[in-house]
Design a protein around this ligand. Sequence first.
Ligand SMILES: *Cc1c(COP(=O)(O)O)cnc(C)c1O
Length: 221
Amino acid sequence: MSIEGKLLKYKTLIEEKNAVLVAVSKNHPAEKVKIAYDAGQRIFGENLVQELVEKANLLPTDIQWHLIGHLQTNKVKYIAPFIQLIHSVDSLKLLKEINKQALKNDRVIDCLLQIYIADEDTKYGLGFDEVIEILRSPEFESLKNIRICGVMGMATNGVSNTQIGIEFNELKVFFDGLKISYFKNQPHFNIISMGMSSDFEIALAEGSNMVRIGSSIFGER
Ligand SMILES: *Cc1c(COP(=O)(O)O)cnc(C)c1O
């Protein structure tokens, strides 16, 4: 199937569940992104800052770029002028730098807290306790140019669907708790970014409303 065909197939499946599709274009050239763009896709995810900036310079300006990979503090400045959503906030230090660069650009940058739910130690993310610590800190309180819009998580690779479902459910339950305790009257706190090509159906069943699909649309990298 063509990129257009695959894009529309996944878009339909995902939007039926009232979720948002982030088309993950990492390791694929701008030409392929343009094909998906011409088929109507506007939200694209990249995991490397340099690659994201290069593509953003080549492609239409109404694309909403999401950073989904680990972000180093010294690279925030390159994406701060235009990034739509950062899925991968995993420290207060990073959040402070995003706030600083957002202020310089006179904007508020939307962020998700990346939460560690997988049963393996190769993945970035915050533990539940670390999230609470950040949200309770006076420093966090003072950050006016970032807006926490929800959470992101990745399930363990290569485990059973049951286990993946358990991990996604943990994230959904945690999100619900955060919403009640820390974001009660903040309707923008409404994103649960979970699910990729191999597990997005499980993620949607467990309450995801934003899925990040790469290889199923663009092919293997
Ligand atoms: C690469 C990547 C994806 C997409 O993975 P696919 O298996 O290609 O769909 C989703 N989320 C993150 C954080 C990624 O790095």
